[in-house]
Design a protein around this ligand. Structure first.
Ligand code: ADP
Ligand code: ZN
Ligand code: ZN
Length: 729
């Protein structure tokens, strides 16, 4: 008999349950069906032990009645040894449970969950080829004959519903061979091959220093337009030539298309893509192509870091500073941390690239923990755009048509359109008005579940909560006084589109924000239209500021980011600086000289001032001092613990108990801050409280932290979420 340790998704604990199995030897890493409190659920086999004991003696020794594994679901383990070990390391680092890590790692159809059982399976198709021994051509009908000659010219054809009957007849006459082959459901556009650009001297030097550097992680710091992508391609070529594989991560699904095209043009077909917008069937197929070794390069968003490649040489994270690399639900992993774990297993290199590296990454480069190269020149030697800051507090600067548009911006837009160049406007809020309040009593409209302000969306004519996604009718009466008379303020993308269209009736305008991308599924469609000059102005949220290379853009204006600066987070300055700098960098990429305008009510703010000068190093110096004075990363590390419970009193009392226990257990090694009621409760019915733990050495506090947390995590009605290295606190 074998004793099997099984992880289940229904346990909040990272603790396996023991079952027995008396069939053939079972392997670690397969999924099984088990009975769990009279429910049939899927589990993941974490350990197998053979024993000579009987079920009765083993049950007695363990103190509970052993149940049998109901069914084995996989023939082979789902993950390679390296990935199994990785799942353990991720679980351990992020203080989470194994199942949530496996769910993050695997495509839906392979996840250890009941839903996976009805998920797509391998699709097959029939490949028909000529049987060389066949000679009886005169016995064929005309139709059969013409199909057979088609098969002979092409080598083979695929069976379709149309040619099926003919193929059966050809098969009966012994003229063809029919094989079942796997069908991959993702269609790739066939990009023409393209030869590499001759690298500039600076690019060559960058490649050389990256290859010669012995450190595991390397920061390629290159201003926008300095040709980082070409360096990624050159490095990929180097590793592929050594039969090593490459993972290329981009921060957003919208950017996978462009990056895929770059790699496809250079390296051809041995590429797969992985991201969450593929259909489950496509994802399953891509995953198996990678597992089967048919692929050398994987391009994708965050989760592609788990691609089952078996000989990784290089992992690249483009736009390293992007917050999307951190998953904001359990297991709260960061793609860079996972990349570094995988790099250790393969002795591979991690390359992170950015024009505005995160403060933490830059600090590590300064300390020589990471390798570093700075590319301070644009490929075309174009200077960075000339940037003007417009003070929107001064009414003389503002147009009469829209309080959100400055006179300077209006003039420059006119000039750009007349010169047949293009304009990008960054408005970092989606919707129409970000603040809706009662004209009678002043009460603002808030989401009943999240208690944050609702945004009015003119498209759809409703109010939306940008946190939980719920929408509400526009004309629901005021909850305080019952009035239906509201005022709409706060600037967002739809309003910007309307105001700009009013001012420039002849302008062709496109809008890009996550509302658009949800509806049409692909921001790529909007971006392609803009690229093809089917529009003069692109208005959008941060989605417009990243990665894209539009040669005709001569003007970029940042018209609404002040709100970002007032978000209470130690990262809000860094984020806003990155956002503005990235946006401005879109201006003047090719022959056209670029201009940029920053509209703000805080013209003297150090973020605005350094962004205006495109002065990353100046910004870094101020910001790193701030971080030091406030004891924030990279000087200290943070971890947040959020507790939720249906009863407010219970959660408030319990979190205080936890705080006292943590202080006792961690002593001098950590500071415990809080509790604070979390701004966003997880849902309408639970109350959340959060503690922040601040420390210098994670591995020193981890054992005591785990022991202290464990009794709280075991309470059945209490939820405890732990976020290690949280992005936002
Ligand atoms: P970054 O990612 O650093 O902002 P890109 O990689 O997008 O910059 O490069 C900017 C532009 O320069 C692109 O149009 C790219 O095709 C072009 N480019 C890059 N390297 C070279 C080169 N060695 N020779 C000619 N053009 C290049
Ligand atoms: Zn009211
Ligand atoms: Zn909400």
């Amino acid at each position: 008999m074998q004793l099997i340790e099984v992880f289940t998704q229904y346990s909040k604990l990272n603790r396996p349950f023991t079952y027995y199995y008396d069939g053939d030897d079972l392997e670690v890493g397969v999924r099984v069906l088990i009975d769990f409190n009279n429910r049939e659920i899927v589990g993941y086999v974490a350990a197998v032990k053979s024993t000579k004991e009987t079920i009765e003696t083993a049950s007695k020794r363990l103190g509970f009645e052993l149940a049998k594994i109901t069914k084995i679901l996989d023939e082979k383990p789902l993950l390679t040894n390296e990935l199994m070990e990785l799942s353990e390391n991720v679980t351990s680092y992020y203080l989470t449970n194994r199942i949530s890590v496996l769910n993050a790692m695997l495509p839906p159809s392979l996840r250890p969950s009941k839903g996976s059982l009805s998920a797509p399976k391998i699709a097959m198709q029939k490949k028909v080829s000529f049987k060389p021994e066949f000679t009886d051509f005169d016995k064929l009908t005309d139709k059969q004959s013409s199909l057979l000659s088609e098969i002979m010219t092409h080598g083979s054809v695929l069976q379709t519903s149309k040619n099926r009957t003919q193929i059966m007849q050809l098969l009966n006459k012994g003229a063809v061979i029919v094989e079942e082959i796997e069908k991959y459901r993702l269609r790739y556009e066939d990009y023409p091959r393209e030869d590499p650009h001759e690298l500039t001297n600076l690019q060559k030097e960058a490649v050389k220093s990256i290859l010669e550097d012995y450190k595991e992680t390397f920061l390629l710091h290159g201003i926008t337009g300095s040709g980082k992508t070409e360096i990624y391609l050159a490095l990929a070529a180097h590793y592929l030539a050594q039969n090593k594989q490459v993972i290329m991560l981009v921060p957003e699904i919208a950017l996978t298309g462009t990056m895929l095209a770059n790699f496809y043009r250079r390296f051809g077909k041995k590429i797969a893509i992985l991201h969450s917008e593929l259909t489950p069937a496509e994802k399953y197929d891509e995953y198996r192509r990678i597992s089967a070794g048919e692929v050398d390069i994987v391009v994708g968003a965050r989760s592609a870091i788990f691609a089952p490649l078996q000989n990784i040489g290089l992992i690249i994270l483009d736009e390293e500073h992007a917050e999307t690399y951190k998953q904001d639900v359990a297991p709260f992993y960061h793609a860079l941390t996972v990349a570094q774990m995988r790099a250790k297993s393969f002795n591979a290199k991690v390359l992170v690239g950015s024009a505005t590296p995160s403060i933490e990454t830059m600090a590590r480069a300064r300390k020589e923990v990471y390798g570093y190269y700075y590319l301070g020149e644009r490929i075309n030697l174009q200077p960075l755009p000339e940037t003007t800051v417009v003070n929107m507090l001064d009414y003389k600067n503002v147009t009469t048509t829209s309080p959100y548009i400055s006179k300077l911006l209006a003039t420059e837009i006119r000039k750009a359109i007349d010169a047949k160049t293009q304009v990008i406007l960054l408005v970092n809020r989606r919707g129409y008005a970000t603040f809706v309040s009662c004209r009678e009593c002043g009460e603002s409209k808030k989401c009943p579940a999240c208690a944050i302000s609702l945004t009015y969306h003119k498209v759809g004519n409703n109010l939306k909560c940008h946190h939980c996604g719920l929408s509400f009718p526009k004309n629901d009466p005021c909850i305080k006084c019952g009035s239906t008379n509201f005022s709409y303020t706060g600037f967002a993308t739809q309003k910007a589109e309307e105001d700009i269209q009013k001012m420039f009736p002849d302008a062709r305008i496109l809008r890009l924000d996550s509302d658009v991308s949800r509806k049409d599924k692909t921001p790529q469609v909007v971006l392609n239209k803009f690229m093809n000059h089917e529009a003069d102005i692109l208005i959008g949220t941060q989605m417009v500021s990243k990665g894209h290379d539009f040669p005709l853009v001569s003007l970029v204006a940042v018209i609404g980011t002040d709100a970002n600066l007032s978000i209470p987070s130690f990262r809000s300055s860094e984020r806003t600086f990155q956002l503005i700098t990235q946006a401005i960098g879109r201006s003047g990429r090719e022959k056209i000289k670029g201009k940029a305008i920053i509209q703000t009510m805080m013209p003297e703010h150090y973020v605005i001032q350094h962004a205006k000068q495109q002065d990353y190093f100046g910004f870094y110096e101020v910001e790193i001092r701030h971080r030091y004075l406030t004891s924030n990363p990279p000087f200290y590390f943070l971890l947040s613990i959020t507790m939720s419970h249906q009863n407010e009193r219970t959660v408030k009392d319990t979190i205080l108990t936890l705080k006292l226990n943590l202080i006792k257990a961690l002593g001098e090694d950590a500071t415990v801050i809080g509790p604070t009621a979390t701004f966003y409760p997880a849902s309408g019915k639970t109350f959340n409280e959060t503690l922040i733990v601040r420390y210098k050495n994670y591995f020193k506090i981890k054992p005591a932290l785990l022991t202290t947390l464990s009794p709280f995590r075991e309470q059945s009605s209490l939820y405890v979420h732990i976020n290690v290295d949280p992005y936002d606190v």
